[in-house]
Design a protein around this ligand. Sequence first.
Ligand code: URA
Length: 433
Amino acid sequence: MRMYDIIRKKRDGGELTDAEIRWFLTEYVAERIPDYQAAALCMAIYFRGMTVEETASLTFAIRDSGERLDFSGINGLRVDKHSTGGVGDKTSLVVAPIVASLGVKVAKMSGRGLGHTGGTVDKLEAIPGFQTDLPIEQFERIVNEVGIAIVGQNATLAPADKLLYALRDVTATVDSLPLIVSSIMGKKLAADDDCIVLDVKTGSGSFMKTLARSRELAEWMVAIGKRAGKRMRALITDMDRPLGYAIGNSLEVVEAIETLQGRGPADLTELCVALASHMLSISDRGNYEVCEAKVKQAIANGDALRTFAEMVRAQGGDPQWILQPERFPKAKFSREVLAETDGYIAAVDTEGYGVASLMLGAGRNTKEDVIHSAAGILLKRKTGDPVKRGEVIAVLYAEEEARLAGASRRLLEATRITKEAPAASPLILDVVD
Ligand code: URA
C-alpha cells in the first residue's frame, strides 16, 4: 500500500477500507509515515468526513495500537464515565465515588487538561501526595478494596491517539466528528470496562458547538461502543456556561467535595446525580428512579464523601484534606472582576472563561508548562443572574500578579450583559442509548 493513494482516495471522497486504515495507523505509529502525510489525511478526513464503518475501523485500530488492559482481576461490573471536555467540569470527582460507594466498581483512566478544557488528573494532583501513576496491580488492588481508583492514562494505552491528537492540535483538525469519536472511543475501549456513560458537551465551551453535531457525536460513540460489546449511554449536556462556580484545579476539588457534602451548586449537583444514576442503572442496579434515590442517599448519608476520602488515602494523599477542604491554600494573588453595566448576564463564551483560567496558570499553553494548582476563577454570577455596575462577577486567583490583568480582560470580553433577562435553558438536553 502507498500512503499517497490513501490520502488521494479520501481527498476525492472515497471510502477507506479497514485494511487501509489499519495499515496507515500501524505504519504511522512505527514512524514509517511522516507527520506531513498523516496531517494531510487528517485534513482530508476533516473535509470529506468518514462513514460509521470507517470510523469504527479507525476506532478499533487506535484501540489495538497499544496495550489492551485486562481488568479480570477486578471483581464485579466496572462502569466508567467520560466527558468530551468542558470548563469547570469536575463531575468525575463526584460521580465516581458515589457509584463506588453503591457497590459498582470504578477503575478509571483519566486525562489531563486539553486546550481550554480541564482534566481530572490535573485536578486530583492538587491533593498533596495523590498518586495518579500506579502500577496496574496496585490499581486493581485499590479498586477491589475501596471500589474505586483513578489514574492517568498509561503511556502504552492507545499510543496512536497520542500521536494523532498532537498532530490534530497543531493542524486545526481537532473538531472533526470521526476523529473525535475514534480518539475518545479508541482510548475507552482499550480499557476493560463493561459499561460506559458519556457526557457529550455542547455549546461554546465544548469541541462541538451545536446540538445537532453533539447529538451525532453521541449517537456514533454509543453505536461504536455497543459494537465492541459495551453497555453504552450518552447524555448531551449544556456547555454554554461553565459547570458550577469554580474553574481551576484545587478550586474545583473543593467544589466537588462540597457537592459530595450535599451543598454543591445546583447545576453541578443536578448533572452529577443524573450521571451517577445512569451509571448505576446501566450496571443493573435498578431502574433510573431507584438509582436516583440511592445516589441522593449516598450523598446525604456521607458514604460517597467517605469513599472519596478512602480513595485519596489509598492513592497516597491525605484524606484529612477531603474532610477539611479549608486546608487547600489560596493562591498568592487575587483580583475581583466587576460588572461594567447594569443588567443580566445574558450569555458567556465558555471557551473564553476556560482560556482566562489557563492564562491564570490553571492549564498549559505548552506541554512543558507547570500547572499552578490554586490558580483559577471563582464565579460570583452566572448566566441569568442580575448584576449591577461595579458588582463582583468573578474573583481571579494566580500565583503571579502579572497574570491577573489579561485574564480579567478575557473574562469580561467573554461575558455579555443585557437589559433583558435571558430565557432559562435546560442543563441536560438529551439522553442517547
Ligand atoms: N477528547 C479526546 O480525547 N479526543 C478528542 O478528539 C477530543 C476530546
